[in-house]
Design a protein around this ligand. Structure first.
Ligand SMILES: *Cc1c(COP(=O)(O)O)cnc(C)c1O
Length: 381
């Protein structure tokens, strides 16, 4: 390339391709793919080449999607820029203007906002229902209802959804069931095997597990995922290749992490039930044979000083998220549930004294000790 000008060489270099094969999928940090000739380009449209443009697909996104599909036991999956965009493209794969959704009332705050405000502006209505009351679900189904939407384990009070009842109701009324499986993770629950059509995740949480990526996944059958993928592409909800690469890496240790998270959470929940100054410990009785998840929510006694509690947490940080390897606490009233109407919060039992604990993978005696000591301080003052 001796004849090339300096400025051209600056851009193109020697243009050599490596001959060795990388053990893991390398990071394809590229916005588009190049083609040798028009036939090669045409091969993309013939389905022989996989990649054209990163907003549509990329080897890192594909790698991450196929890993989650394998864990959820679904034929297909599509990854997105966040849990919220996964929920949005999953919903929009099913509904259009004039349709109706029936959702549980104890939803993640962001999902509540999406359904109650954003989608409503586009003519998609949602009824929020107490999903422990199955006749109330049936009563709220209308001729234009398309989706039953819930979370396998809810946030922050950890109600375990009765998925078999939901899917049988959905079948009876010809509806799509959609489950947010973020809190349970596919390690604990695989809702597709119980007949759920679409599973969504905030991969920001346990799937990545290291608190360094915002990502989402929609998993399900080929037909619905094809529709969800089209929404992802056209609404521009794609995940960046580097984030997909990080999430794939994080996911590889999910089994190990979850096992330890769950063991620690069970130990903490058992311990805190015996501590004075705590009015209530929320931890599920039974989610699956793999355990009951890694979130423990507590309600401090009325006499406890909540501000003192947060000040006394030593090495545990206040973080408005969950699912990292480190134990963290969040304050639902101040963050995730700010947007939920006060009547609903009241009815659900979310108040000023409720604290959500995301139990990490540290040594369980240290975790139990730090919370016992913070409760003691909160009650003393
Ligand atoms: C965090 C979370 C979301 C939203 O995910 P983002 O990645 O923050 O967009 C949705 N559902 C649940 C249950 C969550 O915890």
């Amino acid at each position: 390339m001796k004849w090339l000008d300096f400025n051209t060489k600056t851009v193109h270099g020697k243009n050599e391709k490596p001959k060795s094969v990388s053990k893991i999928t390398p990071i394809y940090q590229t916005s588009a793919f190049s083609f040798a000739d028009l036939d090669d380009l045409e091969d993309y449209f013939r389905g022989k080449n996989d990649y054209l443009y990163t907003r549509m697909n990329n080897p890192n996104n594909n790698d991450f999607a196929s890993r989650v599909a394998a864990l959820e036991g679904t034929p297909d999956a599509v990854v997105t820029s966040s849990g919220m965009s996964a929920i949005m493209v999953g919903i929009l794969a099913v509904v259009k203007n004039g349709d109706h959704i029936v959702a549980c009332e104890d939803l993640y705050g962001g999902t509540y906002q999406l359904l109650a405000h954003e989608l409503r502006e586009f003519g998609i209505e949602t009824s929020f229902v107490d999903f422990t009351d199955h006749s109330a679900i049936e009563r709220s189904i209308q001729p234009n209802t398309k989706i039953l939407y819930s979370e396998s384990v809810t946030n922050p009070l950890l109600r375990v959804e009765d998925i078999p009842t939901l899917t049988s109701l959905a079948k009876k009324h010809d509806l799509i069931t959609m489950i947010d499986n973020t809190f349970a993770t596919p390690y604990v629950l695989q809702p597709y095997s119980s007949g759920v059509d679409l599973i969504v995740h905030s991969a920001t949480k346990y799937i990545n597990g290291h608190g360094d990526v915002t990502a989402g996944v929609v998993a399900g059958g080929e037909e619905l995922i094809t529709k969800a993928r089209a929404k992802m592409i056209h609404l521009g909800c794609n995940l960046g290749p580097f984030d997909a690469w990080l999430a794939s890496r994080g996911l590889k240790t999910m089994g190990l992490r979850m096992q330890r998270h769950i063991e620690n959470a069970q130990a903490l929940a058992d311990r805190l039930k015996k501590v004075d100054g705590i009015k209530k410990v929320y931890y599920p009785e039974y989610v699956s044979e793999r355990g009951n998840g890694a979130i423990v929510t507590i309600e401090l006694a009325e006499t406890a000083d909540i501000e003192q509690f947060f000040k006394s947490l030593s090495w545990v940080k206040i973080v408005p998220s969950l699912a990292g390897v480190e134990t963290t606490v969040s304050y639902p009233m101040g963050t995730s549930h700010r947007s939920i109407p006060p009547e609903t919060l009241d009815k659900l039992g979310i108040n000023q004294n409720v604290v959500r604990i995301s139990v990490g993978i540290e040594e369980k005696t240290d975790i139990c000790e730090v919370f016992e000591q913070a409760v003691r301080q909160a009650v003393l003052t």
